[in-house]
Design a binder for this molecule. Structure first.
Ligand code: GLY
Length: 285
């Protein structure tokens, strides 16, 4: 049984026009990445989905990323192969079009989490595409001095061989100081083990305080029902006033989408499922 869940960020509920544009993009991206899941498996599918999310300026990742306090777009991403129990990440890289493609390569290397100039240098050695990732909209938002309304993209997948993977990519929280590290390139924000894959979005500091992705995946690995474990985690997140959301799935075919923010933009695609929401929690069924 194959399943792909993707998200386009947690945060504020956007205008109806923007919600429709996000829904159309998530539907189309999940549809485009689906054949990759069937042909090449979970890891390839989450990379493909996140690459498409990075390429779409509607989302805070890749093109369209939020800007840091000095006006630079510094991008972070990670990839976790649950079956191989292997993680790779890119931290605060400038001028790289698709950080998730660098994560894909780093997963096979000895030095698997690279930051800043070193990450860009490795990307250039590999011939990955470089570009200025600042859009006019992101520059205007930065000039107004606001953090932006939603953040981070992600994807989780399970394939017909029961392999799971998680991928995440972000422009960060917006207006952060240079050197601040996002959750999206850590196991707090993006994690998979042999039974489940979880990826998060929201305020990185809250996600790191809660170690959200790794905790939920490990609850599931210990045999706890994914939906019940997600509900428990949300209760704690509400009581701690952590502003975040997550999507996840397991090898049994259960999936979850939960958030404490006003909205989480997500889409689930399976053999018999094809739907998305932006201001509602969701679970299998
Ligand atoms: N979740 C994105 C960030 O806070 O960096």
């Amino acid at each position: 049984m194959s399943l792909l869940v993707i998200h386009g960020g947690a945060g504020r509920l956007r205008s109806e026009e923007r919600q429709a544009a996000i829904a159309a993009a998530l539907s189309s991206i999940s549809k485009t990445a689906w054949p990759t899941l069937e042909r090449a498996g979970a890891r390839a599918a989450v990379v493909h989905a996140v690459q498409l999310l990075e390429d779409n300026p509607l989302f805070n990742a890749g093109l369209g990323s939020k800007l840091q306090v000095d006006g630079a777009a510094r991008l972070s991403a990670s990839l976790c192969d649950g079956t191989r129990q292997r993680f790779s990440g890119v931290v605060n890289v400038e001028g790289l079009a698709n950080p998730i493609l660098l994560c894909r390569q780093l997963l096979e290397e000895k030095d698997r989490v690279l930051a800043g100039e070193g990450a860009l240098q490795r990307a250039q050695e590999l011939g990955l595409r470089t570009a200025d990732m600042r859009t006019e909209e992101a520059i205007a938002t930065w000039k107004r001095g606001v953090e932006g309304q939603t953040g981070t993209v992600g994807a989780v997948a399970v394939d017909s061989a029961g392999q799971v993977a998680a991928a995440s990519s972000t422009g960060g929280r917006g207006l952060e100081r240079k050197g601040r590290v996002s959750d999206s390139c850590t196991v707090a924000g993006n994690y998979a083990n042999r039974t489940s894959a979880i990826t998060t979005t929201g305020v990185g500091e809250d996600i790191i305080d809660g170690a959200l992705a790794v905790r939920l995946a490990e609850s599931s690995r210990r045999g706890e029902d994914l939906g019940l474990a997600a509900d428990k985690l949300i209760e704690e997140m509400v009581s701690r006033e952590w502003m975040a959301g997550f999507i996840g799935l397991d090898t049994q075919g259960s999936w979850v989408a939960r958030h404490t923010t006003e909205a989480l933009y997500w889409w689930v695609r399976g053999e018999h499922t094809d739907r998305g929401f932006w201001n509602a929690n969701g679970s299998t069924g």
